[in-house]
Write a protein that binds this ligand. Structure first.
Ligand SMILES: [Zn+2]
Length: 350
């Protein structure tokens, strides 16, 4: 009698305390072993009578349970062989049926279509900074199906980031931002490649990194990196989509002097004195604003890659969120620009 009550107590407690099935079965098998030992020939007969039943009865129960477990495992294996039918790996440059379904709303757009989606898949985009601007930019590049996305950042996720850096989560506080971003991107779209670089963009390695990509998105929060990235992109002839935000206002443009238009330093030749252009940490920023500008960076990237519409080359868009106003102003190349001046002179005399 005690033997059966023991099993009832184990399963009752398991349900009450929500044990995992592993612990539940471990306890049940343990109790069965106790019952068998209690009936062993060298044990006092009174103990066997106390727990109830007999040795052969409990042994039969154990054997039946093993047979049932074996049958269930066999069924599971059989089902496993049938269900996960691996999708044929598509040839390079083509899409699997699952990918075609995923990108269907893109493919039906006249300006993107199948050829545009192929260009997106073949594209390699580097995002500098996995913060406020980088978060939505990375997510939308991934959702769009950009084939290779690089992300460089040396920071770790902090609680104060989560007010706007929506690619990260509360559970990932303390994790390097690039790995947190990689997790989010892979969860969103497993059909693309993410390359995380957990370091600061520096003079020594920036050129080699940028050379690996077709297009660069600048979502950094400091002017040193911004000017360095512009110099490296101009030297490599890579287009740069750069955005900036503070408090209630943001701006965005495409700097691509190799194909006409100014570089970042043509438009912002003088670096603001320290304190004059405060960062988000110093001045504050409204949560959805980096969402607007970061999504716009991804949008301009998709347009650039698929050659859709008119981009922001030679145009600076300024978004005033507090008064819900956006305006676009023309920006021009400066002949005496120390970064791209020589490049444009060379192009003119060619
Ligand atoms: Zn310039």
């Amino acid at each position: 009698m005690i033997g059966l009550l023991g099993f009832a107590a184990i399963f009752g407690a398991g349900r009450w305390f929500a044990w995992s099935s592993r612990w539940l079965w471990l306890a049940a098998w343990g109790w069965l072993a106790v019952l068998l030992v209690a009936h062993a020939p060298y044990m006092p007969p009174a103990l066997g009578q106390f727990v109830g039943g007999e040795f052969r009865g409990w042994l039969l129960l154990g054997v039946l349970a093993l047979v049932a477990l074996g049958y269930r495992a066999g069924l599971r294996r059989l089902r496993g062989q049938v269900v996960p039918k691996a999708e044929a790996v598509p040839k390079p440059g083509t899409f699997s049926p699952t990918e075609l379904d995923r990108y269907a709303r893109h493919i039906m757009l006249r300006e993107i279509g199948g050829p545009g989606q192929k260009r997106l898949k073949a594209a390699r985009v580097l995002v500098v900074g996995a913060g406020g601007l980088g978060s939505p930019a990375l997510l939308y590049l991934a959702a769009s199906g950009v084939g290779v996305i690089g992300v460089i950042d040396d920071d770790a996720v902090e609680g104060s980031n989560l007010q706007r850096q929506i690619i990260h989560t509360d559970a990932r506080i303390g994790m390097p931002k690039v790995f947190s971003a990689q997790m989010a991107i892979q969860a969103l779209n497993p059909f693309i490649e993410v390359r995380p670089y957990q370091r600061r963009l520096d003079q020594a390695t920036a050129a080699a990194l940028v050379a690996d990509y077709d297009l660069v998105l600048d979502g950094t929060d400091n002017f040193d990196t911004r000017y360095l990235l512009n110099r490296v992109c101009v030297a490599a002839g890579k287009p740069l989509i750069s955005a900036a935000i503070t408090q209630w206002e943001g701006q965005i443009s495409l700097y691509d002097p190799a194909r006409g238009g100014p570089c970042y330093e043509c438009v912002f030749p003088v670096r603001p004195a320290p304190g004059l252009a405060p960062s988000c940490a110093e001045a504050g920023v409204v949560s959805p604003l980096p969402g607007v500008l970061g999504a716009m960076m991804a949008l301009e990237a998709v347009k650039h890659i698929t050659d859709a519409g008119t981009g922001l080359r030679g145009r600076l868009m300024i978004h005033d969120a507090l008064y819900a106003q956006a305006r676009v102003i023309a920006v021009q190349h400066r002949a005496d620009c120390p970064v791209c001046g020589g490049l444009q002179r060379a192009a003119a005399t060619r």
